[in-house]
Design a binder for this molecule. Structure first.
Ligand code: 5GP
Ligand code: ZN
Length: 115
């Protein structure tokens, strides 16, 4: 898939709408369109990279370094009881969008989430 076909690049370009959670010069975070649980967020680098295999160290450093800050922001907003952080690489691992992304999935009690 080329960058021009990438839906997350389109979100970054503002061609597609998204609900912003966090942004800086290198990283963008937005609510997943299909909320596994309240506050389910995706964190992506602004430069297109398909998945972890083709991600250079500098990009990885930037995107992964922001996770604690974004997790804390979600924690403050949604007050979940826990949070899963996961990242899929390749079709067989469940990757459906081929622009590196990290899922932040807040977890609640009382079966408030979909798990
Ligand atoms: P993957 O399965 O590749 O790890 O996760 C891709 C995620 O992107 C899915 O959870 C899916 O709901 C989300 N997604 C797909 N298209 C869009 C979109 O246009 N906007 C937003 N906000 N999320 C999307
Ligand atoms: Zn992209």
């Amino acid at each position: 898939m080329s960058m021009s076909d990438c839906i997350f690049c389109k979100i970054l370009d503002g061609e597609l709408p998204s609900a912003k959670v966090y942004e800086d010069e290198d990283v963008y975070a937005f609510l997943d369109i299909s909320q596994v649980s309240k506050g389910h967020t995706l964190v992506i680098p602004k430069n297109h990279t398909e998945n972890i295999y083709e991600t250079d160290e500098e990009t990885a450093q930037k995107v992964f370094a922001r996770i604690p800050k974004i997790a804390n922001a979600l924690q403050k907003t949604y007050e979940p009881k826990g949070m899963n952080i996961l990242q899929n690489n390749g079709e067989f691992a469940g990757q459906t969008v081929f622009h590196l992304h990290i899922h932040l999935i807040p977890r609640y009690d009382n079966n408030e989430d979909g798990f």
